[in-house]
Design a protein around this ligand. Sequence first.
Ligand code: CP
Ligand code: NVA
Length: 329
Amino acid sequence: MKAKKEHAKKPAKKSGGKKLSVTSLLTIAQLQPQDIHLILDTAAELKAMQKAGKAHPLLKGKTLAAIFEKSSTRTRVSFEVAMYQLGGMMYYLAGRDLQLGRGESIADTARVLARYVDAITIRTDDHRKVVEMSKTAGIPVINALTDYSHPCQILADLLTLKERFGKLKGLRLVYVGDGNNVARSLVFGAAKTGIQLVMSSPAEYSLDQQAVEFSENDREKNGGELYFNAEPGRAVMGADAVYTDVWVSMGQEKEHAQRLRSFKKFQINGKLMANAAPSAVFMHCLPAHRNEEVTDEVIDGPQSIVFDQAENRLHVQKAILALLMGGIK
Ligand code: CP
Ligand code: NVA
């Protein structure tokens, strides 16, 4: 196990005001730790209100344009229901049906949409498109997944972990699988909340060095730790949570056969979970390719919290929308 430096433990700042330090949500990397805590606290409050049947129309009359250039179940529906429950409305825009799909520029699309709606969310391939949209729109832009990152997912995962363990700082989270968009956002989420993260990937699909270096400063400040261990059986030892994602992400379908060969020993099955702490939970952002990266036995087993993660997408989405769109002052 290659250890990165352990650093002096400096407590993360608690969420103070009700304002985020950002006007758009593009990556976890751009958030301050207090932004993350504010989103999680707000999501927990909104979740409690929803469960108690208390209306919370914080975005009455506000609108969200949601551009999807890739498939989605959770992100699309949770954004749409979130806007409805907040008293606003979402417009689903399939990329191929927009003029964007026929070559209209991102910048022109952003400028036009900003004349109609109060915020934009976009799921696309190239992260630079989301950045460009945020630069030109002049209204909040939310990353609903790019090939580079998936911030909304990781915020929901952090809420799920906090609910389960009552804290984030000091938890041992082991990610087994592809060093992809979800893994990259997890690295930043862990670094900013003081989580001890272990990454276990085949060498050829390991997380990029840039993300490791880029997040180092956050680990130093918040007491996070990052380790790499390419032996999943050893990596999961002592884990509080074991997390995986698909081996073949959207857009990588042609690499399916090669990837299956490379990831074979990285499957989360009963034998691997037995190496983690008995109280360890199993996490997956979903959708799962059952019996590839995870067996039915584990994902349907008592340690699995994957549907709590999926549910929390809704509550976190509401917090992000309300905070970015002026619903909480
Ligand atoms: N986890 C996630 O983003 O799921 P969808 O692709 O269904 O939105
Ligand atoms: N890594 C996956 C996440 C899906 C939510 C993908 O990009 O397809």
